[in-house]
Ligand binder design. Sequence first.
Ligand code: GDP
Length: 139
Amino acid sequence: MQGNRTFTMIKPDAVENNYIGAILEKINSAGFTIKAMVYTRLSKRDAEQFYAVHKERPFYGELVEYMSSGPIVAAILEKDNAVADFRTLIGATNPAEAAEGTIRKLYAKDISANAIHGSDSDENAQIEGRFFFSERDIH
Ligand code: GDP
């Protein structure tokens, strides 16, 4: 991914509230290009694996239940400085603390159902992208 790609998921709350279109519009308007995308649903086991890094955190069980509770959209995005710029675009983990105009401020429900995921490093962007996509899917 060489610093110009990141991975995102539109989470179950945002899908359920019909925010897919609005969120993709924000992402494109901010200069990100979609390189791969899928509408799917995580099994409980998928969610446990995807969030294994958070296994010791008190909210892990709740997070796994929530992330497997409904469909999501997973995507690989491209832009210069993708990881950092995307984290700025989505805003703070807790939407109550997210800056005005950020995706979480606009579309998230609460700290767990916070509308969108964005990778926190180039390394994790690559790992998370590979969780959903093969090389053949990425353009
Ligand atoms: P992120 O990088 O901003 O997504 O935040 P983290 O890596 O710290 O947490 C991963 C995800 O776990 C968040 O996006 C939330 O969905 C969830 N999460 C984080 N903190 C809490 C919390 O205190 N309670 C609950 N229920 N979920 C949380």
